[in-house]
Design a protein around this ligand. Structure first.
Ligand code: SF4
Length: 108
């Protein structure tokens, strides 16, 4: 199996069909396909139809993504809890966002 064909559920305990951490957070550094970075609440262009990362295992995958590891705290019991947690985290940590602009992007 080549590194390019690996997907998140193959290697770790990510919830299949979730993708919350590829939607909710902002990625402030430019990366392939998203030269301005990724705004909070926007689907990453590299998410496939099954919510898997097409860049998994590639050196082009952003370091932010590599650093994220699944945990009960972040992932919760379901996708909705993960989106809610990550939206809250975005409010606490993003200098570009206000609570109001984040709330407008998430239906949590
Ligand atoms: S590059 Fe991959 S892991 Fe990072 S946000 Fe996009 S789909 Fe998710």
């Amino acid at each position: 199996m080549s590194a390019k064909s690996l997907s998140i559920p193959d290697i770790c305990d990510c919830r299949q069909g979730c993708g919350a951490c590829c939607i909710a957070p902002s990625i402030v550094t430019p990366f392939v396909g998203m030269p301005e970075g990724k705004p909070a609440g926007v689907f990453c262009v590299h998410l496939d139809e099954d919510f898997r990362c097409r860049l998994y295992g590639s050196p082009e995958r952003p370091s932010f993504c590599v650093s994220l590891k699944p945990s009960l705290e972040m992932c919760g019991r379901n996708r909705e809890e993960a989106m809610e947690y990550l939206a809250q985290l975005e409010k606490w940590t993003s200098p570009r966002e206000t609570s109001e602009t984040v709330d407008q992007k998430f239906e949590v």
